[in-house]
Design a protein around this ligand. Sequence first.
Ligand code: UDP
Length: 478
Amino acid sequence: MFEVDLKPRRLADLATVVPAERIERLQERVVPRMKEQLGGGAQIINVNSTASGGGVAEMLHVLLPLTLGVGLPTRWFVLEGDPEFFALTKRLHHRLHGNKGDDGHLGAEEAAIMQRVAEQNVQTLLDNITPGDVVILHDPQTAPLAAMLTERGVPVVWRCHVGVDHDNLYTEEAWEFLRQFLYGNVGEYVFTRPSYAPDWVAPDRLRIIKPSIDPLAPKNEELSEEEILGALSGSGVIAGPGFGGVTFARADGTRSPFTIQAEVVREGEPPSADTPLVVQVSRWDPLKDMAGVMEAFAEYVVPESDAHLMLVGPSTAQVSDDPEGQSVLDGIIARWRTLPDEARRRIHLVSLPMDDPEENGALVNAIQRHAAVVTQKSLAEGFGLTVTEAMFKARPVLASAVGGIADQIDDQVSGVLVADPRDLEAFGTSLNGLLADDEARDRIGAAARRRVIDVYLPDTSLDLWNEAVLSAIRHTRT
Ligand code: UDP
């Protein structure tokens, strides 16, 4: 287990986007109450299984510097595992989403693997815990740590970032497997939607928190047209003048010049700056259905418009808790090679290095801002951060009406939803509709940005997190 270095962020920095009365309420009422009830010096310790890549790491990078900034001692530890462990937790992830994943079991042998990894990691955590601290464990990878903490009297919050609305045999199997680690060992459970929680979670221990985005992060900050085109052309994503010295902001307030180079699978030239782009940014995960976006685009959009498609994901070697990435990307490349020439020329498969997560985020920002339409054609989705990110940038988002996305987008108002995530024709037709209608794209994009400011900025979730932590303390004492 290792610790992620956190730098405090001032809540007041959010004032350029968050209404002043919301910030004042937090500063004057919520934070003082939290400090009083937590007691001087008590730490809020978070544990997850990757420091970068994917939504959970993204969210922690937003919230933890802010909690630290309001004066609550906050730390972040990352649990380390081996390939056997991550193959197992990936299976769990799939089954919690209602899919088989692979042929493996979730039995006693697998429970022993989870337990072994927790035992290898727990000492670092225990060495850093002081009396009064609360631990927030994230996702299934951390589940066996709950008992090890609870038996020492440490209050535990377990935050599950995944889930589906309707259970099936796979979700039931996965929850039964996790129950042995969690039941009786967690003070407070946090889910994204009430329907995601298994029925053995008591209602008085269940709290719903929607993930939020950091409006000022390198991934979301405002960019000028010159910065967007410089970043995109310099990194090889589109054609153009090159970096020309454009810089991006880091979380610590400094600026660095862009140097990142995208790894692009394409045929022919990069698209010009005025080519309309359809973009999906996702990990290379079957549930994100990048392959389905490509099929729908090739079949329904290529004949109807001159848009290009860009499927963008992290460089596959660099997301430690996602062992499937390379094979998913390989499958997509293999299929891309067999597409008709015109479709192949207009579809670009882009992998972005993660060595510097802030620069990676800044380039994702430029790509999302440059998109004519952003898609998220997930087959299942706990909550799509990429959806919120694109909405904040006033982009029209076309997405499947699955899981949390159905809360995020109000259909035809702040985005467009496709009811059946496997319906390629409906997806392609909606995409053509948006690409052909400038007015609709502008109107939907503007409503999308308003919705994110109202509901999905971090001040709102800080408040709820404080409640969750206090409630875990109460439940552990009683
Ligand atoms: N992401 C990124 N670089 C990439 C691909 C994805 O920074 O090359 C980010 C993306 O912007 C988003 C997160 O990874 O913030 C993905 O979160 P989401 O909730 O959409 O999906 P998850 O990966 O958690 O299933």
